[in-house]
Ligand binder design. Structure first.
Ligand code: SF4
Ligand code: SF4
Length: 360
């Protein structure tokens, strides 16, 4: 095995999930907020992770909804005050992204994404199960206006998970985002990996969208729509060749990035297999331990067996052509499987409900 040097000072990117609580209950969310009230303990982010902050350049705060959790607010205040060189990114539903959060991100933010998923109030209520469409639109507009006035480098985007409920609203959502002057518009698949139903009307509509916004797609102002279409229009076969990249480059996250969730599980990113637990093991032990080294060695050899197939950087193995059919099918279908194992009965029931709904 190759010797791979490592030291925790190499960690430049930190992803941290401080709480899974959320003020919404979106239909496509795979987090069951009521039964998973766990939060990452303050002792961990304040003391255990202390040696990291000096070298961290980018911090991504994940949730849950960061504006809804006291733990998140305390953590953000701590970072802004004690480690002001760190730039923060997050995704929010935007309902509580008020003046105080806006000020923090205007000064210390790299990126903020507003997860909206609808172009109007009625669709918004159905999908996000909350009646905050006007408030979110207002907060987004106000943040963009302040960002422009302050000439802050903060990048502001909006996102839309493509579902049966909103499929025909894609153009209207793009128009809404253009009117607000966001920097990027992200389209994503359902986190249960359930694709919307396919029919002639939708295929024609999506083709029209591609024609209408081809320039914005080419400029990467609209992101993810072409990728969605490749998977959605062709079915599993479309995944092959789309995900596999024959280049020799490999993912760099295992050498520079660390992700910690509310349970203390540590991995190189939110899509990778865990390499330890911060409640039971030291940072050094995890970062330089056997699991981390084996993971790095695999990725260096273009073997992504410890990574989720839903990761954009995941590579289908080079030997797909020579694989037995069942294994090849699994590789190609992997992208459609739920990202994480379904942990509770509540989550399993929700998944079954969404699956049945998608077949109607
Ligand atoms: S806002 Fe995000 S975290 Fe909250 S329920 Fe919706 S998808 Fe889940
Ligand atoms: S390939 Fe994806 S899942 Fe694997 S380490 Fe890189 S970013 Fe994480």
């Amino acid at each position: 095995m190759l010797k791979i040097d490592c030291a925790t000072k190499d960690i430049k990117i930190l992803g941290i999930e401080l709480s899974r609580l959320c003020n919404f209950d979106c239909t496509m969310c795979n987090q069951i907020h009521l039964s998973q009230k766990s939060e990452l303990k303050e002792k961990i982010w304040r003391q255990t992770l202390k040696p990291l902050y000096r070298n961290i350049l980018a911090l991504s705060i994940m949730g849950g909804e960061i504006t809804f959790s006291k733990n998140c607010r305390n953590f953000v205040s701590f970072i802004v005050t004690d480690h002001p060189h760190i730039k923060i990114s997050t995704s929010t539903n935007g309902a509580l992204f008020d003046n105080s959060w806006q000020e923090i991100f205007l000064k210390k933010g790299n990126d903020v994404n507003f997860s909206i998923n609808a172009s109007n109030r009625e669709a918004y209520k159905k999908i996000n199960k909350a009646d905050f469409f006007s408030q979110v639109a207002f907060n987004l507009g106000s943040l963009i206006e302040k960002r422009n006035n302050a000439k802050s480098p903060l990048r502001i985007s909006a996102s839309f998970v493509i579902l049966n409920e909103n499929f025909l609203d894609i153009d209207d959502f793009i128009e809404l985002c253009l009117a607000k002057k966001v920097d990027a518009i992200y389209f994503k698949c359902d986190s249960y990996a359930i694709l919307p139903k396919k029919n002639q009307e939708r295929i024609i509509k999506l083709n029209q969208t591609f024609q209408k916004y081809s320039l914005l797609l080419d400029k990467n102002i609209i992101v993810g729509l072409r990728e969605f279409s490749k998977i959605w229009s062709k079915g599993p076969k479309g995944v092959n060749g789309y995900k596999y990249s024959p280049s020799n480059s490999f993912c760099r996250e295992p050498w520079q990035s660390l992700y910690i969730n509310t349970l203390g599980d540590v991995s190189f990113c939110c899509h990778a297999k865990k390499i330890g637990n911060i409640y039971r093991e030291s940072l050094n032990y995890i970062w330089c331990g056997k699991k981390a080294r084996v993971f790095r060695e695999a990725v260096k050899n273009n073997d992504y067996k410890y990574c989720s197939r839903s990761c954009q950087q995941y590579k289908i193995p080079d030997n797909t052509k020579t694989m037995p059919a069942w294994k090849k099918n699994f590789e190609m279908l992997g992208n459609y499987l739920p990202k994480a194992p379904i942990p509770t009965l509540e989550a399993a029931l929700r998944y079954a409900g969404r699956k049945l709904g998608s077949l109607k």
